[in-house]
Design a protein around this ligand. Structure first.
Ligand SMILES: Cc1cc2nc3c(=O)[nH]c(=O)nc-3n(C[C@H](O)[C@H](O)[C@H](O)COP(=O)(O)OP(=O)(O)OC[C@H]3O[C@@H](n4cnc5c(N)ncnc54)[C@H](O)[C@@H]3O)c2cc1C
Length: 322
């Protein structure tokens, strides 16, 4: 029996596992997808390095987790602009650099393609975890690092009141289209006109970004550019037609490489509601001390927060497994 089970292998869950590793606590990490990283997913294609979701990060403070992973900030990050209180940075070789570095430090059991459906009490010291394939595991503590939409279902048999705190969590489902193009094909390209064309077509773009080889030389071949487009999932815009739509609003700019990512839990809305913070305090108080919930749907904002909150959740649960 693992002392602690971590559910969800996004950045938060991976950071929790690394903390447990350092505390000498034996754990099992369970992830429903075949890969680790959650909403960090990098694709390499024809010399381009695309991030299908998390790409540019607000860096308003030190990121001690980089040092802890022996990653030299000047080597792994590229500054691409400014944000409210600091710099906007991207990972030189893709955001999954971070996932790879964290994953390498994990020595305990990692189960992928396994969905947790519910958790509950076995007795006053042990918790039971039911997987969708019918398997049951026992453990002394749980770090739940998965989107609120799934955590709500999972918590129902543990504490209906806690689950209620996550009821009807809202997202703005999102599609990300990344394109790699030759610079010469940009001649007629105009960002404002692309926004206008999309709005007139009835599907305004959430954002349209253009990066050059000079800005991201490791991620864009010489003489080429990378375009990143954010779209809202709608009846009109679906994963199957998003690429065609983007090419149309870009006035047939021909892509040499492309990737389309669809994220039903993209852009959590509820966490920005005024009552959210108090609701999370109430949720924490309702959970038993050997269960913690952490991740970007709850309190974490940005990479450093996610890492720190994953670590804090791991420490809290480790201190309460008896
Ligand atoms: C489209 C998109 C674009 C983004 N862009 C940026 C950006 O540019 N900059 C930025 O700073 N942040 C960005 N973010 C946010 C950032 O990626 C996330 O905040 C962060 O990666 C979330 O990490 P997490 O571990 O909390 O959750 P997640 O990454 O969501 O990880 C949760 C994990 O739990 C797994 N899981 C779910 N249900 C179960 C289950 N029942 N059993 C087992 N496992 C389960 C999921 O498969 C997933 O791997 C973006 C997010 C999205 C979706």
């Amino acid at each position: 029996m693992s002392q602690i089970v971590v559910i969800g292998a996004g950045l938060t869950g991976l950071a929790a596992c690394r903390e447990l590793e350092q505390l000498g606590v034996n754990y099992t990490l369970i992830e429903v997808k075949p890969r680790l990283g959650g909403s960090i997913q990098t694709t390499r294609q024809d010399g381009f390095v695309f991030d299908n979701a998390a790409f540019d990060h607000e860096k308003n403070s030190n990121w001690p987790f980089l040092d802890a992973l022996e990653m030299n900030e000047a080597e792994v990050l590229r500054h691409v602009g400014k944000c409210r209180d600091g710099a906007l940075v991207v990972f030189r070789d893709g955001t999954d650099t971070l996932v790879t570095a964290l994953s390498k430090t994990l020595k305990h059991t990692v189960m992928t393609r396994m969905a947790v459906s519910s958790i509950g009490f076995v007795d006053d010291r042990r918790l039971g975890i039911c997987l969708e394939n019918g398997l049951m595991l026992e453990t002394r503590g749980i770090v739940a690092a998965l989107p609120a939409r799934y955590a709500e279902h999972m918590l129902r048999s543990l504490s209906i009141d806690a689950a209620f705190r996550l009821l009807d969590y809202e997202y703005d489902p999102t599609i990300r289209v990344s394109l790699g193009c030759h610079r010469r094909d940009l001649n007629t390209f105009d960002i404002d006109r692309a926004h206008e064309r999309a709005a007139v077509a009835g599907a305004p773009l959430k954002f349209l970004q253009l990066y050059t080889h000079a800005e991201l030389p490791e991620r864009i071949p010489a003489e080429h550019v990378m375009l990143r487009v954010g779209l809202r999932l709608s009846e009109m815009i679906q994963p199957a037609n998003a690429l065609e739509f983007v090419i149309r609003v870009l006035e047939n700019l021909p892509p040499l490489a492309h990737v389309v990512g669809w994220w039903p839990e993209g852009d959590p809305l509820t966490r920005d509601f005024p009552e959210h913070s108090a609701n999370m305090d109430a949720l924490d108080a309702l959970l038993p001390p050997n269960v913690a919930i952490a991740g970007s749907d709850y309190r974490a904002r940005g990479l450093n927060d996610q890492v720190e909150q994953g670590r804090a959740a791991a420490r809290k649960v480790a201190a309460n497994i008896g």
